[in-house]
Design a protein around this ligand. Structure first.
Ligand SMILES: [Zn+2]
Length: 313
């Protein structure tokens, strides 16, 4: 239960309105860091926020937790005095969408993949946390949704929001600034802080996760600045190392399954142990279990994702 408790603390503890009131945000500082012309990252509590700012208006990629709204607004104002016109949610989890209702009230248009709205519209049970998260209020729901993606033309740049199926969840999007050469990965990338969390009860999968990272690597150049969902800024080389870790663990778990081994036996062989992570937020055994379950019982809608091994050689 310890790992799950830690998971809950970081990932979702405050996504439910009641829980949000219990979590103490009073000491959270919002730090804005410019990473390209007109593009910044905001580190606070919850998922890293991407900010696209300039004369045509400001765009947020994710908006953390509701109690941080004023601090997010203040951080945006240090870079641009204009309002937030759009919020893009990379997926439905409460540490990425908790500010939606407030930003909607301030006039922002919330945008996300279709499944983000669907999941936020009803109570969600997260099996890994053994916890139910209540449906979001109407004002928090994305009002523009898409199946494959959407493109924004603002501030002299073009940003592509690209759905990647059945990865961390079934509603993930990558966000790519073409000129700015920045990529926001949402929670398809946990960087240097933990093994990734694959939300199986939201139809995430290891193969979709690997496909998402390969998609991102196809967009990224040698100098692309990569914003992970959680953790510090990353480079393309960091993302390649992460992809190789995912593929390696997936290959070992799949070999164990093919040899008829149980989950316990596969975990005992410690296929993820060589990848040290600074925090035990998702422990190696939890990650191996998620890979195992996702291979044994892939999400039904994952048939069109491209599998895990196509780029592994
Ligand atoms: Zn998440």
């Amino acid at each position: 239960m310890h790992a799950l408790t830690l998971l809950a603390a970081l990932l979702v503890l405050a996504s439910a309105p009641t829980a949000a009131q219990q979590q103490d945000f009073s000491k959270v500082q919002m730090k804005a860091k410019q990473i390209a012309p007109g593009v910044a990252v905001l580190f606070g509590a919850g998922g890293n926020i991407g900010l696209f700012y300039g004369e045509d208006g400001n765009v947020l990629i994710d908006d953390q937790f509701a109690p941080l709204n004023e601090r997010i607004v203040a951080a945006v104002r240090t870079l641009d005095p204009g309002p937030v016109r759009f919020v893009v949610n990379t997926h439905w989890h409460g540490d990425h969408t908790g500010g939606n209702e407030n930003f909607g009230k301030l006039g922002a248009v919330i945008m996300a993949h279709d499944n983000v709205r669907t999941r936020m519209s009803t109570d969600q049970f997260l099996r890994a946390l053994n916890q139910t998260f209540p449906a979001s209020p109407k004002g928090a729901l994305p009002v523009v949704t898409f199946a494959e993606g959407v493109t924004l033309h603002l501030n002299g740049d073009t940003i592509h929001v690209i759905h990647v199926p059945n990865a961390h969840t079934d509603g993930d999007s990558l966000v790519h600034w073409r000129k700015g050469d920045v990529l926001h990965m949402g929670d398809t990338f946990f960087h240097r802080m933990s093994f990734p969390f694959i939300d199986l009860s939201s139809n995430g999968s290891i193969d979709g996760l690997i496909a998402a990272v390969n998609r991102a690597l196809g967009l990224a150049g040698p100098n692309t600045r990569i914003i992970p969902g959680h953790g510090p800024m990353a480079s393309r080389a960091d993302l390649i190392a992460y992809r190789d870790m995912l593929v390696d663990v997936r290959t070992k778990v799949a070999a164990g399954i093919a040899a008829g081994r149980s989950l316990t036996q596969i975990q005992a062989a410690k296929p993820a142990a060589r990848y040290g992570m600074p925090s035990g937020f998702v422990k190696p055994d939890n990650f191996v279990q998620a890979v195992y379950e996702s291979l044994r019982n892939p999400p039904r809608s994952a048939g069109h994702s491209h599998g895990g091994t196509s780029h592994s050689h």
